[in-house]
Design a binder for this molecule. Structure first.
Ligand SMILES: Cc1ncc(COP(=O)(O)O)c(C=O)c1O
Length: 346
C-alpha cells in the first residue's frame, strides 16, 4: 500500500540528467533553516550589540539551540489564540532587540503585527521563520525571512533568506556534510527496501545537522535538484489536496487549527483531536505517517499552548506526492479511528 507521509523520496532518474559542469547557482543558498538563521544572527550581532531575542515558546528546539549557541539572551513569549505575537507583548520589546515570529504551517498572518512592532519602534528587528511557509515568504514584511527547502520539496538540503534590511552577501559557503545521507536515504526510499534502511540514513543526516558547529551551504547536487524542481506544479497540487481534505474534514466536524484560506499554500494541515497518540499509532500500521509539531521540551514545558498542542495536534499531509485518492484514504482512515477512539473533538 502506498505510504502517506514521511520524508520525501528522491527520484534517481532526475539525477541522471545532472550536467557535469555548471552546477553552481548564482544564488547563495544555506544548508538548512538553522544555518540561514545563524547567518542572519551573526550579521546582526556585529552591528548594534543586539543581544536579546524574543522567541515564541511554540517553536522547535533546533531554533532555540541555534539562538543559545550564538550567545543571545532569550525572552520567551506565549502566542495568542490566533498563534501570533500578542499585541500587548510589543511594549516589552526594547529598541534594537530582535524578534522571531513564526509562520505556522503557512497560515499565520504576521504582517499586521510586524507593522505594529515597526510602528512602535522601527529599530526592533523582525525575523520571520518561514520554514513551514515557503510559498508565503515573498509576501513577508519582516526585515529577514528564512526557509528550508527540504520541508516542501524532494531535495536533500538547502535554505534561503529574503530581506528588507540590507544583509551582507555571504561568500561561497562550504558544502554541508549531512546532504549525502539525506540524498542516499531519499534515493533508497524509491527502491522500496526495508524501512530501516532509509530511516537510518535520514536519522544520521538529522544527527549531523544537530552536531554541526560552523556555517555551511547547500550541496551542489541539492542546488541543482532544487532549481530544477517545478514549484508551481507542487503548489497547485498542495492547494487542491488542501481544499479536498478541508471539505471532507469540515463535513465530519474535524477541528482545524486554522480556518480555510484559499490564498495560502500550507505545509501541513494541523487538526486537534483526543487520543492523538493512539490514533497516530494505528495510522502508522496503515502506512499513514503523520507528523506532530512539536513535542514538549524543557524550554516550553510550562507553556499552556505548547502543553495543549503537544498532546492534541496532528499534522495532516497534503503535499505534491499525493492525489485525491490518497487524500480520501488518509481522511477515511482518520475518521474511522476518530469514531473508534472517540478522538473527536476537543
Ligand atoms: C519552524 C521551524 N523553524 C526552523 C526549523 C529548522 O529548520 P532546519 O531543520 O532546516 O534547520 C524547523 C525545522 O523543522 C522548523 O519547523
Amino acid at each position: 500500500m502506498k505510504k502517506i507521509g514521511g520524508e520525501f523520496q528522491i527520484e534517481y532518474k532526475q539525477l541522471i540528467e545532472i550536467p557535469h559542469t555548471g552546477l553552481y547557482s548564482e544564488k547563495i543558498y544555506f544548508s538548512n533553516g538553522r544555518n540561514a538563521l545563524k547567518y542572519i544572527l551573526i550579521q546582526l550581532k556585529t552591528k548594534e550589540h543586539k543581544s536579546t531575542i524574543h522567541v515564541p515558546y511554540f517553536i522547535c528546539k533546533s531554533v532555540i539551540e541555534t539562538v543559545i549557541n550564538l550567545g543571545y539572551k532569550i525572552n520567551f513569549y506565549e502566542v495568542s489564540q490566533k498563534y501570533e505575537l500578542p499585541e500587548e507583548y510589543i511594549e516589552t520589546i526594547n529598541e534594537h532587540d530582535l524578534v522571531i515570529l513564526v509562520n505556522y504551517f503557512g497560515f499565520s498572518k504576521n504582517k499586521i503585527i510586524i507593522q505594529k512592532i515597526k510602528n512602535y519602534n522601527s529599530n526592533i528587528v523582525c525575523i520571520e521563520d518561514s520554514v513551514q511557509a515557503i510559498y508565503e515568504q515573498e509576501k513577508s514584511n519582516a526585515d529577514f525571512t528564512f526557509n528550508s527547502f527540504r520541508k516542501f520539496f524532494a531535495v536533500p538540503d538547502g535554505a534561503s533568506i529574503t530581506y528588507k534590511t540590507a544583509l551582507e552577501k555571504p561568500n561561497q559557503l562550504p558544502q554541508n556534510k549531512f546532504h549525502y545521507h539525506k540524498l542516499i536515504g531519499g534515493i533508497l526510499k524509491t527502491l522500496k527496501p526495508k524501512d530501516t534502511d532509509f530511516l537510518d540514513l535520514f536519522a544520521k543526516g538529522e544527527n549531523l545537522i544537530d552536531d554541526e558547529k560552523g556555517l555551511s551551504g547547500i550541496s551542489t547536487i541539492g542546488c541543482w535538484i532544487y532549481e530544477n524542481t517545478n514549484k508551481t506544479d507542487a503548489q497547485k497540487r498542495r492547494k487542491e489536496n488542501y481544499k479536498l481534505l478541508y471539505d471532507i474534514g469540515k463535513e465530519s466536524n474535524i477541528k482545524f487549527l486554522f480556518d480555510y484560506d484559499p490564498h495560502i499554500t500550507p505545509l501541513n494541515i494541523p487538526i486537534i483531536i483526543n487520543n492523538r497518540d493512539k490514533i497516530r499509532n494505528e495510522l502508522f500500521r496503515q502506512n499513514i505517517f503523520l507528523p506532530i509539531h512539536w513535542k514538549l521540551d524543557s524550554f516550553n514545558k510550562n507553556s499552556l499552548t505548547c502543553q495543549y498542542i503537544s498532546e492534541n495536534e496532528l499534522s495532516l499531509v497534503i503535499d505534491q506526492r499525493y492525489n485525491s485518492e490518497d487524500i480520501i484514504r488518509e481522511m477515511d482512515a482518520l475518521l474511522k479511528l476518530i469514531n473508534k477512539y472517540n478522538g473527536n473533538i476537543l
